[in-house]
Design a protein around this ligand. Structure first.
Ligand SMILES: NC(=O)c1ccc[n+]([C@@H]2O[C@H](COP(=O)([O-])OP(=O)(O)OC[C@H]3O[C@@H](n4cnc5c(N)ncnc54)[C@H](OP(=O)(O)O)[C@@H]3O)[C@@H](O)[C@H]2O)c1
Length: 316
């Protein structure tokens, strides 16, 4: 099969596209022929060698995709050949064929297209656990999202505003600022303005998936407020002293999606909640930018340099 892969860590230039061995079918697994593969920021961390990664040479990045089941193991019970499944936590996804454990296959309602499911999958499930498991904001709360027009930021804005939360955010360009307003944001600050100085001890919750912004997040969170730290798209955060947190009565929360997708029932239930939000138009997904899988290196460059707002999909 064809895949995007790398044999050494580094920048987008280490990514290659070519023929690798097909994945092996296990008794409890499926082989999925991918229609779309979701590109995520964690793929960049893995390519750089700074994040957990399944050790297999060549390294095939990616954990998210949607496609058709083309083979089923003998012990598979609830999936059959020809079914359409989404997956968000399965390694070696940057490929035409992916071995997916049956338990990690998510069924998608017929009313939701492949493109929409792949656009909201991992980022939507992330936005959902950040909002509803970690922060648990109430209507009327004031929150701020760094990187508000990114994939997670956009969906998080929509979920929170649907809950009656007032969402402010930070974006790098006026075009991205407008995207965040379209998603329901109340006020969107430009990254290089001095907005933070006038918002000390202000927000009930600050969502920080940028990382290098953590000191700002600590300063703008109100006393007894929460910082939800979930990624480092802008670089690793400096160390935080818990004594400083305590003296401001501020709490730092963290989470990784995979710790909220603990079994197949929970994974499907969380995905169904997301699909319902799309069907009710509580969430309106942005139009994805699609690159052929063969252009995986260019897709990484675009994601890393912030050239694209919203989801990037790879098409085999
Ligand atoms: N914990 C989890 O389970 C989990 C799951 C999925 C994703 N994540 C994390 O969530 C974060 C967002 O992911 P995503 O998929 O939404 O990526 P994305 O669509 O590429 O969004 C990244 C965002 O980060 C912002 N950004 C990048 N560099 C920045 C910098 N130096 N300063 C300030 N902002 C910067 C960008 O802002 P502009 O667009 O304004 O340039 C962009 O909005 C990543 O850190 C990712 O690792 C965590």
């Amino acid at each position: 099969m064809k895949a995007g892969y790398f044999t050494e860590f580094g920048g987008p230039e280490v990514l290659q596209y070519g023929t690798v061995a097909d994945p092996k079918l296990t008794t409890t697994g499926l082989i999925v022929k991918t229609q779309y593969i979701g590109l995520n920021y964690a793929d960049i961390y893995r390519r750089r060698g700074t994040y957990h990664l399944e050790k297999q040479t060549p390294y095939i990045d990616g954990y998210e995709g949607i496609g058709e089941v083309v083979a089923c193991g003998t012990a598979v019970q609830h999936v059959k050949e020809g079914d359409r499944v989404l997956f968000v936590d399965v390694p070696f996804a940057n490929a035409e064929l992916v071995a997916v454990p049956e338990a990690r296959a998510i069924h998608v309602p017929a009313a939701i297209s492949d493109q929409v499911a792949a656009t909201i999958g991992l980022q939507g499930l992330t936005a959902d656990f950040l909002a509803h498991d970690l922060a648990q904001n109430r209507a009327g709360d004031r929150v701020l999202i760094h990187g508000i027009s990114g994939g997670v930021g956009n969906l998080l804005t929509q979920l929170l505003t649907a809950d009656g939360v007032s969402v402010d955010g930070v974006a790098s360009t006026t075009a991205k600022q407008q995207l965040a307003y379209a998603a329901g944001a109340h006020e969107v600050f430009l990254r290089h303005s001095d907005w933070a100085a006038t918002h000390t001890n202000y927000f009930d919750t600050v969502f920080d998936g940028v990382g290098s912004t953590l000191p700002v997040s600590l300063a703008i969170t109100r006393r007894r407020g929460r910082i939800v730290f979930y990624g480092m798209a802008g670089g690793n955060p400096p160390k935080v002293d818990p004594i400083d947190l305590m003296s401001g009565s501020k709490s730092l929360m963290t989470g990784d999606l995979w710790d909220f997708l603990t079994d197949e029932t929970i994974r499907q239930a969380r995905a169904d909640r997301l699909f319902k939000a799309v069907l009710r138009q509580t969430i309106v997904p942005t139009t994805p930018t699609i690159y052929p899988l063969s252009a995986i290196s260019a897709a990484h460059t675009a994601l890393e340099q912030g050239q694209v707002a919203g989801k990037i999909l790879l098409a085999p």
